[in-house]
Unconditional design. Sequence first.
Length: 73
Amino acid sequence: MTPQEALNKAIENAGSQNAIAAHFGIFPAAVTQWKRAGVPAERVLGLEQLTGVSRHDLRPDVFGPKPKKGRAQ
């Protein structure tokens, strides 16, 4: 899953861009900007908690690839 696909999934899970914006207390236009620039690193964990979309999918450049299941951490 690309970061853009992960963000689209997060928006779908939250119900809308407006719902994400309201959760973070930001303007919906900021969420639109995330589609071009990526989710800001400081918002990733909150977005993961809100939507269930993995931080590893949203920002693999910051959090690394998703850990493989069954491997010791």
